[in-house]
Design a protein around this ligand. Structure first.
Ligand SMILES: Nc1ncnc2c1ncn2[C@@H]1O[C@H](COP(=O)(O)OP(=O)(O)OP(=O)(O)O)[C@@H](O)[C@H]1O
Length: 945
């Protein structure tokens, strides 16, 4: 270590000599001090001018050099994601690594044709090449194909080294290994103690590159939101002390005591790669690592400080302010050496879920993501400390992903937990395939047509790397294949996926370096300057103590110092050359200074002009301000007016809305009242109907009672008449026997009596059914037309059968019943206007059909049947002896139907309206009256005769 330090120091000293001239310093110390002073003075004066210009010009002059906006790291620009379409794009770099066969007897299904092409043969093709001659082998082209005998260094150099360069340049990269279980993904990514994989080599190269440019620990501190803060030197020191105390107390960050470097780890870190030359030497760097795994579609932090409770907590993936995906609350460990980084990795590796399967003794059961995050920020103008501005930080990330292998349960014979794991692994790989497939399709559409929604969120692994595919960076994939013939089918799928992935384009990251206007190379110059001052101090030159480090533009002038070796006989000559060179430089500087003086004068002139302009502008501004003030007052007055109007509009609006509300309320009330009114009317209508039906029932009842009384009275009268008749007959017999001339019947006292008794009342119809027509002795008469007596001798001819005269309404309601009245020999009439209607057809039976609506609204058909008996005067009378009632009823109760009016049923039969009663009794009376009319017609006719 000491030797290395000495060697470093020697190199730095030599650089210092090269820069300032050893001989100059050695031979003429005074001169050298003068030279340094001179150089410093010139640079200082130049710097001062620049500073003055900046300081004075910044607030006012538009000529000031605008402060270059801080260029945030490429991946931290929010706008960047939106601009992705305009950026240059690179396809995903797909490499293929063929692992060696496990045993020599194994058959292979693959043939590496050249460094980019691989050919696949099926078992059939291999075993029967002639039969399947027509079937050609399938070829796949990759960016590079690694033969089975390729070593880890080759793979690293071709695949990962460019990604480490990206990392140092501030760009993000993603590298993942993909393949069937046991195909060598973990071997390629991590390797083992003897064959280091990509990850330890990346760390190695990175630390070798940034070794002298690392910031002190804790200068950069993660802010837990995927960003970083810059701590002051003092705060960082405190943190370091705290950490050291913890370490001495026994427990490190991960609950384990840090041992001296593990020999296995040390062996992994022992190879010496050449440092990269892409480093910005004016920046300070820190490396942070995170290590997470995605197991059964859940994210676990493998570096989590679990404390006493041993199990890992499931984490969530979030998007930071710059649309970068990150695992929330993940442990970010700052590491200063490869050994430290590998030690942390090994800690995480122990927690990673591995399993023993038929196809791989140490099979990864989860996808693991090892992130190397490089934080860099520029140093201040002295090149010593980091600029205390967190916006100057650039964070870049290299994500190394070891995907779990796809596996077919038929081959692995997994059961239980392993089977579930395999299901989850296959699902997440399927999501990865789908995402890349959709991405490719969307890119091929190039805005023509609807883009598909890419299901990044379906799996944690795709969700985690969404910003690589949607944003920018570089994506590389190593497809690992096992060339065994048994893996042919699965390899085929892997190859197809690889082929498709190569067509996916990723936007190229273009990080913008923060330009703070500081001198490039200041850090190195500062270092060399310090060495030179030390040398002067060692030589005992007192002025050396007064020298202050000031890094000026001198270091960026012209070419580098030539490299001189001072230990040869030509040294003197070379020193002469060097002096010449330096004199040239001094001359050049003098010229530049003169030039600068002129420029300064010009600039001063310019400033003066500007000042004049400024004065003019100020006067203009003052007058404009006065105008502006007036305008403002006017506009204030107008605004006041507007306010007043607005308030009155508000009041009016309020009134309008109040009125509208009132109208609404009134309308509502009105509609309620309307509703109530309609209800009441309906109620009234109902009541009316009810009342009417009650009234009808009552009047029917009354009529019935009246009829009954009438009938009783009539019976009594008839009885009395019969007695009188008897008496009269006896009297007449007596008279006849005593030769008393007989009186005409029309003048009989009986009639007188009848007339008297009936009091000139209307016609009545006999409806007795008990007394046979043949024995009837009743005589019907009218006061006007005389007697209508039945012919007592009339006999019905039984042999001829009954002849019916059916008297019915003109438009009867169809009965529609199965049972129909049986009237065999009949004639139907609708009117009985003439006596001939009754007698002319030789009818001996009369049937009056009446249809009424009952109280339920059902149609009731009644057939009043009687005998037609010729009267003595040549007319006929009907004696009713039977009533048939036909009624149709609904099996379910139906609401009362609209009844057909009585007029409709009977008016047509009698040529005029009939009583409106709907009861059976009324009907009877109605029938009687109709019949009566019939008789009256006969009587009238008779009287005419
Ligand atoms: N290129 C190679 N050279 C030598 N050995 C190899 C190579 N590739 C893989 N192996 C060996 O094969 C075995 C399986 O490899 P590895 O564990 O890397 O497979 P894997 O693809 O990661 O499997 P899984 O997906 O199940 O985790 C290991 O013992 C490894 O050492």
């Amino acid at each position: 270590m000491k030797l290395a330090a000495n060697a470093n120091r020697k190199e730095e000293e030599e650089q210092a000599w090269r820069l300032y001239g050893r001989k100059h310093l050695k031979l003429t110390n005074q001169n050298s001090v003068g030279f340094l002073k001179e150089a410093k003075k010139q640079d200082c004066s130049r710097n001062k001018i620049t500073k003055n210009i900046n300081m004075k010009a910044v607030p006012r002059t538009p000529m000031r050099v605008p402060k270059t906006p801080r260029a945030a790291p490429a991946h931290t620009h929010p706008e960047k994601r939106r601009d992705v379409s305009n950026k240059q794009q690179d396809p995903v770099n797909v490499f293929c690594r063929v692992r060696p066969l496990q045993s020599e007897g194994d058959l292979t299904c693959m043939r590496v044709k050249n460094t980019t092409t691989i050919a696949l043969n099926s078992q059939d093709q291999l075993l029967h090449p002639k039969q399947n001659g027509a079937q050609r082998e399938i070829q796949y082209i990759f960016k590079h194909v690694f033969q089975p005998d390729s070593n880890q260094q080759e793979v690293f150099a071709a695949v990962a080294q460019p990604l480490v360069e990206n990392l140092v340049r501030g760009r993000n990269s993603l590298l993942f290994t993909y393949g069937v279980t046991g195909s060598g993904k973990t071997y390629t990514m991590t390797g083992n103690a003897r064959h280091r994989g990509i990850m330890p080599r990346c760390l190695d190269l990175l630390f070798r590159t940034i070794s002298d440019y690392q910031a002190k620990k804790f200068v950069f501190k993660p802010d837990r939101l995927n960003g970083f803060e810059i701590l002051s030197e003092e705060d960082a020191l405190l943190e370091r002390q705290q950490e050291m105390n913890q370490r001495f107390a026994g427990a490190g960050r991960f609950g384990f005591r840090r041992k001296d470097s593990d020999p296995e780890i040390a062996s992994q870190a022992s190879v010496e790669p050449t440092p990269l030359s892409v480093l910005d030497e004016d920046n300070m760097y820190s490396v942070f690592i995170t290590y997470v795994e995605m197991y059964n579609n859940s994210v676990y932090d493998l570096l989590e400080d679990t404390g006493v409770q041993k199990s890992l907590q499931c984490k969530i993936i979030r998007e930071d302010a710059n649309h970068q995906m990150f695992v929330h609350g993940v442990t970010e460990v700052e590491v200063k050496t490869v050994e430290e980084a590998l030690e942390v990795f090994q800690m995480g590796q122990k927690r990673k879920r591995m399993g023993n399967t038929i196809l791989n003794a140490e099979s990864s059961r989860s996808h693991s993501v090892f992130n190397i995050r490089l934080v860099q920020a520029p140093t201040d103008c002295q090149g010593e400390h980091v600029v205390q501005d967190k916006h100057t930080i650039t964070v870049s990330q290299l994500s190394l992903v070891d995907l779990a292998g796809s596996e077919r349960s038929s081959r692995t014979k997994n059961t239980g937990v392993r089977l579930r794991e395999a299901g989850n692994i296959n699902n997440s790989l399927m999501t990865l395939r789908t995402c890349l497939e959709y991405l490719r399709e969307n890119q091929q559409l190039a805005g023509n047509g609807a883009a598909k929604k890419i299901p990044y969120r379906d799996s944690k692994i795709t969700h985690m790397f969404k910003n690589y595919f949607d944003g920018e960076g570089q994506v590389s994939m190593i497809v690992c294949v096992n060339p065994r013939i048994e893996d042919y089918d699965e390899n085929m799928q892997v190859m197809k996926f690889a082929e498709m992935t190569q067509e996916v384009q990723i936007a190229r990251a273009t990080p913008m370096k923060p330009d703070l206007g500081l001198t490039p190379g200041r850090r190195k110059a500062n270092k060399l300057f310090k060495i030179a001052v030390n040398n002067l101090n060692e030589l005992g030159i007192p002025e050396a103590k007064q020298l202050e480090v000031d890094v000026g533009l001198v270091y960026s002038l012209g070419p580098d110092f030539p490299n001189y070796q001072m230990d040869t006989p030509e040294t003197e000559c070379k020193i002469q050359e060097l002096m010449q060179y330096l004199e040239q430089r001094i001359e050049k500087r003098r010229k530049l200074r003169a030039n600068m003086d002129i420029k300064c004068d010009n600039f001063r002139q310019l400033l003066m002009n500007l000042d004049r302009d400024n004065l003019q502008l100020r006067t203009e501004l003052a007058s404009l301000k006065a105008v502006y003030k007036q305008e403002r007052e006017r506009s204030a007055a107008l605004e006041n007016k507007v306010r007043i109007h607005e308030s009155s509009i508000d009041v009016l609006n309020n009134t309008v809305s109040k009125r509208e509300r009132q109208i609404q309320e009134l309308t509502q009330k009105l509609s309620e009242q309307d509703y109530l009114l309609t209800q009441k009317e309906q109620e009234k209508e109902k009541q009316k109907k009810k009342f009417n039906s009650k009234l009808a029932v009552e009047s029917d009842k009354n009529k019935r009672e009246f009829d009954m009384k009438l009938r009783e009275q009539r019976a009594k009268m008839q009885e009395r008449m019969r007695i009188k008749d008897e008496k009269l007959r006896l009297v007449s017999n007596i008279l006849q026997s005593e030769d008393v001339p007989s009186l005409p019947r029309s003048q009989s006292s009986e009639n007188l009596l009848n007339d008297k008794e009936r009091g000139g009342g209307g016609f009545t119809a006999r409806t007795e059914s008990s007394a046979p027509a043949t024995t009837r002795t009743d005589i019907y008469c009218t006061p006007r037309h005389g007697l209508a007596a039945a012919n007592n001798r009339h006999r019905r001819s039984r042999s001829a059968g009954d002849k019916w005269l059916e008297h019915r309404a003109a438009n009867p309601v169809p009965l529609g019943t199965i049972m129909q009245p049986y009237l065999k020999n009949r004639k139907s009439v609708t009117k009985l206007t003439d006596m001939k209607e009754l007698t002319g057809h030789g009818a001996n039976k009369y049937c009056l059909v009446s249809q009424e609506a009952d109280t339920d609204g059902d149609v009731e058909t009644k057939l009043y049947k009687g005998n037609v008996i010729p009267t003595c005067g040549g007319g006929a009378q009907v004696v009713f002896d039977d009533v048939e009632c036909l009624k149709q009823k609904s099996p379910v109760h139906s609401p009362p139907r609209k009844r057909p009016s009585n007029g409709n049923l009977s008016a047509s039969a009698f040529g005029g309206p009939l009583p409106t009663s709907t009861t059976g009794l009324t009907s009877v009376q109605d029938v009687a009256s109709r019949c009566n009319l019939g008789i009256e017609g006969h009587s009238s006719k008779k009287s005419k005769m």
